[in-house]
Design a protein around this ligand. Structure first.
Ligand code: ATP
Length: 485
C-alpha cells in the first residue's frame, strides 16, 4: 500500500496533477500546486459539491467571503484561545511534533509488524484518545516515553514538556508597527458564513432551516506535514453551515451525516471504503461531531467532518459585536404560539477539497494487467476517475495527420468543446495516445480514420473496459453528455 501511495504521488506529478510548490527552490513543505489536469479535476470536484449543495437543495445558498476578517472574529470564535494542538519538542534534534501525529506515526510502524503489532497499535491509539480527551499532558508524555517512541535519531529521546501551539498564521494589515494591525489568515471558512448570517438570511429571504455554502482557501500552521496533499498548510475547504431551530440539531446532524455519505457514494465509490468515526473529544464549539473516514492507501483517515456546533459561534459574535444575531421564527409551536426570536443552532458539513482530490486519486489509480488480442500480456496505468469529474471528457484523435482527417476531427472538436472539455492530438501511434488518456482518466477517446470520410462513423473507445465500437460521429456528443450528467 505504501508503494501504491508513492506511485500515486509520482503519477500525479508526471501527468500534471500536483507539483510541489516552488519546486525550483526545492519546494515548500506541505504546500502544493495543481497542474493542468489537477486544476481541472479540482474544479470539477468543487463544482460537483457546489451543485449538490446549492442547486439540489433549494434551502441552501452560497457565498464567497474574504480570507481576511476582522481580528475580533477569531477572538469570538475561540480560535485565538483554543485553536491549538499539543506539541512536544525533541531537545536534541530541535524538531517539533504534534503529539497525536507522533504517536500515530509510531502506531503505523507497529502495524507493519503483523497481527501482534496491529493489536499493540490499536491499544496505543485508544490510550492516546483517552488521554487527549482529558488533556492529560503528563500521561501523554509518559505514553511517549514508555513506548520509546523514536524521534528519528538513535538513542533515547530528550523531550520537552507538552504544551499548546496555536495553528493560525498571522500577518500585518497596513502599518507593520502596531499590535492592533495583526490579522489572521482564516483557519476555516466557516466564520465568513457566521458573520454574514443575517445579511444572507435577509437578502435571500431564507426561512429556518436553511444552509449557507462556501468553498475557499484556509490556512493552518500544521507542524508535522506528511502524506502529500492530505495535510497541507494552505488548503481549500468546502463547508456548509445549516441553521436550525434549537432542539432540532440532533435530527439535522443525523440527516447531514447520511446525506453526505450519499454524496460520496454517488461518485461510485464502494461503501466498504467508508466508515464513520465519532469524536471522543469534542472541539470547543461542538455538542456532537463525527468524521467520515475513507480508506486511503495509508489507512482509514478523515476526509470530512460533520459537527453540531450549537449556537456557540453566533452567540459569541453577538456578544463581541454587540449586534443581535437573532432570527424571528413565525412558525407555530405545539401550543399555537410563534417560536419567536432565537439564536439558531448550527450543523455543519466540512470537507477538504484537497483531501477529496487525494481520495479520488487513490480510488482511481490502477496498474492493470491486460491480455492483448494475440494472447500476450501487457500493463497499463489507468485512472478510473468518475466521468462527471474527469479533467478531460473526450480525446479526439485523427488516425493520421493527412488525408483530411485532422479537418474532420477539428469539426467534431468545435462541435463538442462548448459542452465539455475535449483534447485534440494527432501525434504518435494510436495505442500510445490511448495509454496517455488512460493515465489522465479521460473516459472516452474517439478515433477518426479513413472510413469516417466515407460513412461519417468513428471508433469510440471506453477507458475502463477498453471496448471499442463504431458509431455515427453525430452521436458522440450525446454519448459523452449522457455519461457526465
Ligand atoms: P485533522 O484532524 O486531520 O487535522 P480536523 O479535524 O482539524 O482535521 P476540521 O477542522 O474538521 O479538520 O476541517 C474539516 C476538513 O478540512 C477536514 O475533514 C479535512 O478534509 C480538511 N482539512 C483540515 N485540515 C487540513 C489540512 N491541513 N490539509 C488539508 N485538508 C485539511
Amino acid at each position: 500500500q505504501e508503494n501504491k501511495f508513492q506511485a500515486i504521488i509520482s503519477h500525479a506529478k508526471e501527468y500534471g496533477f500536483v507539483f510541489p510548490s516552488s519546486e525550483i527552490y526545492d519546494g515548500l513543505s506541505a504546500v502544493y500546486d495543481y497542474g493542468p489536469n489537477g486544476s481541472e479535476l479540482k474544479k470539477n470536484i468543487r463544482d460537483y459539491w457546489w451543485k449538490s449543495m446549492t442547486q439540489l437543495h433549494d434551502n441552501i445558498v452560497g457565498i464567497d467571503a474574504a480570507i481576511f476578517m476582522h481580528p475580533t472574529t477569531w477572538k469570538a470564535s475561540g480560535h485565538v484561545d483554543n485553536f491549538s494542538d499539543p506539541m512536544i519538542d525533541n531537545k536534541d534534534s530541535k524538531k517539533r511534533y504534534r503529539v497525536d501525529h507522533l504517536i500515530e506515526a509510531f502506531a503505523d510502524k507497529l502495524k507493519e509488524q503483523g497481527d501482534e503489532g496491529e493489536k499493540k497499535a490499536g491499544d496505543l491509539l485508544a490510550e492516546m484518545d483517552q488521554l487527549l480527551a482529558k488533556d492529560d499532558y503528563a500521561g501523554l508524555k509518559q505514553l511517549i516515553e514508555t513506548n520509546k517512541i523514536s524521534c528519528g535519531i538513535s538513542g533515547t529521546c530528550n523531550w520537552t514538556e507538552i504544551r499548546q501551539f496555536n495553528l493560525m498564521f498571522d500577518t500585518k494589515l497596513g502599518s507593520i508597527s502596531e499590535e492592533a494591525d495583526t490579522i489572521y489568515l482564516r483557519p476555516e471558512t466557516a466564520q465568513g458564513i457566521f458573520v454574514n448570517f443575517l445579511n444572507v438570511q435577509k437578502t435571500a429571504r431564507m426561512k429556518i432551516p436553511f444552509g449557507i455554502a462556501q468553498t475557499g482557501k484556509a490556512f493552518r500552521n500544521e507542524i508535522v506535514a506528511r502524506q502529500f496533499i492530505f495535510r497541507m498548510r494552505e488548503f481549500e475547504q468546502m463547508e456548509m453551515q445549516f441553521f436550525v431551530r434549537p432542539g432540532t440539531q440532533k435530527e439535522w446532524y443525523n440527516f447531514w451525516k447520511e446525506e453526505r455519505l450519499k454524496w460520496h457514494l454517488s461518485l461510485g465509490i464502494a461503501k466498504e471504503k467508508y466508515r464513520f468515526h465519532d469524536h471522543a473529544k469534542l472541539a470547543h464549539y461542538a455538542d456532537a461531531a463525527l468524521d467520515i473516514e475513507y480508506e486511503f492507501p495509508f489507512g482509514f483517515k478523515e476526509v470530512e467532518g460533520i459537527h453540531s456546533r450549537t449556537d456557540f459561534d453566533l452567540k459569541n459574535h453577538q456578544e463581541y459585536s454587540k449586534k443581535k444575531q437573532q432570527y424571528f421564527d413565525n412558525d407555530l409551536d405545539e401550543n399555537g404560539k410563534p417560536y419567536g426570536n432565537y439564536i439558531p443552532y448550527v450543523v455543519e458539513t466540512s470537507i477538504g477539497l484537497d483531501r477529496m482530490f487525494l481520495l479520488i486519486l487513490s480510488e482511481a489509480y490502477e496498474e492493470e494487467m491486460i491480455t492483448k488480442d494475440d494472447g500476450t500480456t501487457d500493463s497499463r496505468t489507468v485512472m478510473h476517475i468518475p466521468a462527471k469529474i474527469a479533467p478531460t471528457k473526450l480525446a479526439i484523435l485523427p488516425l493520421t495527420k493527412k488525408d483530411g482527417l485532422p479537418e474532420i476531427a477539428t469539426e467534431l472538436m468545435n462541435d463538442c468543446k462548448y459542452s465539455f472539455k475535449c483534447f485534440y492530438e494527432e501525434k504518435d501511434a494510436i495505442g500510445k495516445r490511448y495509454r496517455r488518456q488512460d493515465a489522465v482518466g479521460t473516459p472516452f477517446c474517439v478515433t477518426i480514420d479513413h472510413q469516417t470520410k466515407e460513412d461519417q462513423t468513428v471508433t469510440i473507445r471506453h477507458r475502463d473496459s477498453m471496448l471499442q465500437e463504431r458509431i455515427p460521429m453525430s452521436k458522440v456528443k450525446e454519448i459523452v453528455l449522457a455519461a457526465i450528467q
